[in-house]
Design a protein around this ligand. Structure first.
Ligand code: HEC
Ligand code: HEC
Length: 349
């Protein structure tokens, strides 16, 4: 009798095991497989040695990120083109800068930008610090004539003088152009957006729906992960856009502009998949509005495959699992100091 009970008891468990084990095994397998190509976001990004993050510096960086007086017209801030409430982009093909001038490329997201190995579509800035110095002086973006006019604006505002002193303690002249960029970069490193996909990578099989898991399987099987991988699911390498056939609608030579090497023509930094569902339109020229179309194009041009409509749906479903949450502190609008009477005025021409 005892043996019978024991038998019954264990056979129930064998049955339960037989029903659940394959599913569990498959899921564990997919998590393990995905972990070969992708990594979850860290809690925090490490700062470069010469720019340690402090709360004072991050707050100053946030103010500068939202500061339109860093532009000639006094009307454009970093946030104008990298809006933190719309996925860190402006959702325009190319961005209107000073007096509405359009730049040549689509604005990539600042969310998670710090996980990338280089910045800009062509990787011409090595770090966020390097990158932040560019747009302020770029004539079609924020259009300030030179570094000294940026400093003249900021130094005329006593509250900024005090904030730079707190953010860069012990420095003889804390309010420098380098430090403007350092503060902004320190803020940008906080813009990490953990998502359901991170939960999945960390072992929670239920974090993704069945369709999303199928999409994940597809991006692995089809070979997307050769280029879109790592912490950002992109942002880790340069690749040619148009391997199997050329990308027709753009004459942007990409990384060739930086290196002048013929082999770098049409080479671009592989963009992040994180929050890609929110950052339309797509590609360096912002020519494609529909994410399904972008995925179809990738299959054709990069992998020489025609993805079926169903495959495209599943891949797009998976990409939704990379939608993350912007840290609350970053979304809390900082109140900017008021201009003084000595503050140089905006120039609208
Ligand atoms: C007028 C629109 C505009 C403004 C203003 C602007 N940006 Fe950008 N940003 C862009 C565009 C367009 C690119 C891509 C340019 C390229 O790759 O050549 C870019 C690229 C970047 C990148 C690189 C992201 C990546 O994935 O490569 C970062 C980071 C960034 N901007 C941060 C900033 C910061 C910080 C400011 C303010 C100091 C700023 N931007 C102001 C449009 C803008
Ligand atoms: C050989 C490398 C490579 C492969 C394989 C690849 N991609 Fe890409 N992907 C890129 C590059 C490079 C870009 C940027 C193209 C450009 O705009 O210059 C890109 C851009 C994208 C974009 C647009 C992102 C944006 O922000 O504009 C999406 C979406 C995308 N890829 C999805 C996929 C999918 C899905 C697959 C698999 C079916 C795939 N990629 C395979 C290299 C690759």
């Amino acid at each position: 009798m005892r043996r019978f009970i024991l038998f019954q008891f264990s056979s129930v468990w064998v049955l339960v095991f037989l029903i659940t084990a394959p599913a569990f095994g498959q899921e564990a397998d997919l998590i393990r497989q995905a972990g070969n190509f992708f990594k979850p976001l860290p809690e925090k990004l490490s700062a470069p040695e010469n720019n340690p993050a402090t709360p004072e510096k991050v707050l100053l960086g946030q103010m500068l990120f939202f500061e339109p007086r860093l532009s000639k017209s006094g009307a454009i801030s970093c946030n104008s083109c990298h809006n933190l409430i719309t996925g860190g982009v402006d959702n325009l093909p190319t961005s209107p800068g000073h007096m509405g001038q359009l730049g040549g490329r689509n604005s990539p997201t600042v969310l998670n930008a710090g996980v990338q190995f280089a910045q800009f579509w062509d990787g011409r800035a090595a770090s966020l610090e390097d990158q932040a110095k560019g747009p302020i002086l770029n004539p079609v973006e924020m259009a300030m004539p030179d570094e000294s006019s940026v400093l003249a604006r900021l130094r005329s505002i006593p509250e900024y003088v005090a904030l730079f002193k707190k953010a860069f303690p012990g420095e003889k002249e804390p309010l420098t152009y380098d430090n403007v960029a350092k503060a902004i970069a320190a803020f940008e490193r906080t813009l990490l957006t953990p998502s359901r996909f991170d939960d999945f990578l960390k072992g929670n099989a239920k974090a993704l729906t069945d369709a999303e898991k199928k999409g994940l399987q597809l991006v692995i099987q089809k070979g997307c992960i050769a280029c879109h991988n790592g912490v950002g699911a992109g942002g880790g390498q340069y690749q040619k856009f148009g391997i199997a056939e050329p990308y027709a609608s753009s004459d942007d030579p990409g990384r060739f502009n930086v290196t002048k090497k013929e082999t770098d023509r049409f080479i671009f930094k592989v963009p992040l998949w994180r929050n890609v569902t929110r950052t339309a339109p797509y590609f360096h020229d912002g020519a494609v509005w529909d994410l399904r179309e972008a995925v179809r194009t990738m299959g054709k041009l990069q992998l020489k495959i025609n993805l079926t409509e169903e495959e495209i749906d599943l891949i797009v479903a998976f990409l939704h699992s990379l939608e993350g949450t912007v840290p609350e502190a970053a979304l809390k609008l900082p109140v900017l100091p008021t201009s003084a009477s000595a503050t140089p005025k905006p120039v609208l021409k």
